[in-house]
Structures are given as C-alpha cells and as structure tokens.
Design a protein around this ligand. Structure first.
Ligand SMILES: [Zn+2]
Length: 341
C-alpha cells in the first residue's frame, strides 16, 4: 500500500498540542491588522504566510517573538472568537476529530477582562464545533516568565470553566532560567480541581527541566520532551510509565532543538515504547498542518502506515477526557482507520 499525503489528510486524527495564537489564517491576519490600525506584514495571504513563517529563529525565545505580533491582533473579543471559530473549521478540513487547543488568557488583558479572554475563544470553538462536529477541549496556558501568582490565578479560573470545555493546564514560554517548579502551586490547584496537566519541557532546556515537570509539578503529559534522550534513565521512566509525549517535529527544527526532522529523536522514542503523539504547535509560524507533520514522520523518519495509526490512536488515548469517553472514541477511530486504505 502506498501512503500518500492525501490519504493521511483523510485519516481521522486528534491533536493535543496547538496554540490558538499560532493558528491565524493569513487572510484573517491581514483583516485583523487593518482593523487594529496596524500594517500587516504583507499585502496578500501568501506573503503573510511567508512573513510569519519562522524558519530561521536562533532559538526558542526568537521563535516566541513571532507569536507576539499575532497576540497583538487578538485584543478584542470579536477577533478571538473569530480565530477560534476558523481554527475549528480548519481542523475539520483535515479530518481532525478531536483537538485540545491551548491559549493564555492573560495575554489578551487588559484590553478585555480575564473572563472575556476565557470566554471569547470558548464561544468561537463552540460555534465551530456545532458546525463541524469536531470535539474540542481547551488547555489554559500559563507562562514561565510570568509571576507564579498569575499562574495560580489562571489555574483557579481554568477550573471555573470546566463545564465550557476547559480540561487542562499547561506552562509554556522561555524555558531556560524560568524553572517550572516556581509554578508548582498553580499545578497543584489545577490537579485539585481534576484538570489534566502538561508542561512545555525539554525544548529550550535539558532533562532537568523535564524532571521538574514530571516529578515536582506532577504533569501527566510532556510538551515536546525533545531533549529527553540526554538522560536515558529518565527516558526509560517516561516509556515505562507511559507518559505521552506531545512531539512537534517542525517546530523543533525551527527553534533549533534539532537540526532536521530526520534527526529528531521521535523514531527513537517510538521504538523505545514511548507514547508518541504528533502535533503542529503553531501552524502559522511553522507553516505546517497536522497532515504535513504525519507526512514528514513518514517520509523523513520512516514511520509506516501501521505506526502512523498507532500514533493517531495514542493521541486519542492521551486526551484529557474521561476514560469512558476515550474508550468509545478510540474504538470508533480504530474502526475508521481500518476502513481507510
Ligand atoms: Zn507549544
């Protein structure tokens, strides 16, 4: 059987690690920039896609700077709602049937209240879900560079919005020099309220950062975890404990954590029995769709169709959803996958 990109696009998929402010459609970005009285980086969508693409960041910090521009356009409720709505339509377009999207509400204040910053994307996602049938959940992201008091407030508020679709809590941003353990209280709050926890770790810093995320903050999933291989003992632990890794291949190349997709340790992690999931991180800045990421895994890392199906099921199985719902979803997706050849 020949695997094609079109076939991968048709496979039912789930995505667990994607930032809403990294998902603006280029055409929407132009409109929002004009509405905000700003000059868009280019006059046409192709130019914007090119301008926003981070293929030459020196490091994670430089990559994150590109997000600041997108965030500056998302300072009204209407803009946030629209981008969240369009995000879900785009996910449906490549047969993503479940998505956990993350955003940091604080970045949209004080232009709006924290409540509005929580609610505007949720409203857009709910509208998109009603139209497409895509199941969505939200992960609230706190930033390492912010005060731990802010992180704790975000964790408290995340719990208040559980009925609207918030399922998890995450810590992101510049990793080096900003240890996760400073935000341990926020993780405890999230855990006490039954939220799933994940953390960007092992991307801009080494295994010690991963250890903190797992052993101090108690997260159930690892965001990136790219540098896990530097500590084989920890790597074995992650494999044995079946801790899902949210792998973002292209993003890791763009932030120079790895030289190329082909040299990414994803193959090694998969072969060691780690629960590998594939994700886009920031589709606009990374210039990729989830389909592209699976295609790269196939063409650059040698993942077979069977292994791709395994990673797809890993993503559904690793969702921050109740077990009962996941079991039913995984059974249905497993059947669908078998039917697509
Ligand atoms: Zn990320």
């Amino acid at each position: 059987m020949t695997l094609t990109k079109e076939l991968i696009r048709r496979l039912p998929k789930a995505e667990l690690h994607v930032h809403l402010d990294g998902c603006l459609r280029p055409a929407t970005l132009i409109e929002l920039a004009r509405q905000a009285g700003l000059t868009p980086p280019a006059e046409d969508p192709e130019g914007v896609a090119e301008a926003m693409l981070v293929s030459n960041a020196a490091n994670l910090e430089e990559y994150l700077e590109r997000f600041s521009y997108a965030v500056s356009l998302l300072q009204t409720r209407a803009a946030l709602e629209r981008v969240a709505y369009e995000f879900l339509l785009d996910k449906a377009d490549e047969n993503i049937q479940y998505v956990e999207v993350r955003y940091c509400p604080v970045l949209h204040t004080p232009a709006m209240s924290m409540e509005q910053a929580f609610e505007a994307p949720l409203a857009g996602l709910a509208r998109g879900a009603a139209e497409t049938g895509v199941r969505f959940s939200v992960i609230v992201t706190a930033l390492r560079t912010m005060s731990p008091t802010v992180s704790s407030r975000l964790a408290e508020m995340a719990a208040d919005y559980r009925d609207e679709g918030v399922v998890g809590f995450d810590l992101a941003g510049a990793e080096q020099g900003f240890p996760a353990e400073e935000h341990v209280k926020a993780f405890r709050i999230a855990q006490r309220h039954g939220l799933g926890c994940t953390c960007h770790a092992g991307e801009g810093d080494g295994p010690d950062s991963i250890r903190q995320a797992l052993h101090v903050c108690g997260v159930q999933r690892l965001g990136h975890g790219t540098r896990l291989l530097e500590d084989p003992e920890l790597e074995n632990y992650v494999a044995e404990q079946r801790i899902p890794i949210e792998v973002c291949l292209s993003s890791n190349v763009h932030t120079r954590v790895v030289e190329s997709v082909g040299e990414h340790p994803v193959r090694r992690y998969f072969d060691k029995g780690c629960v590998v999931t594939l994700n886009t991180d920031g589709p606009l800045m990374d210039g990729v769709s989830l389909t592209d990421e699976y295609w790269l895994a196939h063409t650059e890392c040698g993942f077979s169709r069977e292994e791709i199906d395994r990673m797809i099921l890993n993503a559904f199985e690793s969702a921050f959803l109740p077990d009962q719902e996941k079991v039913a979803m995984v059974a249905r997706i497993g059947e669908e996958l078998q039917g697509i050849t």
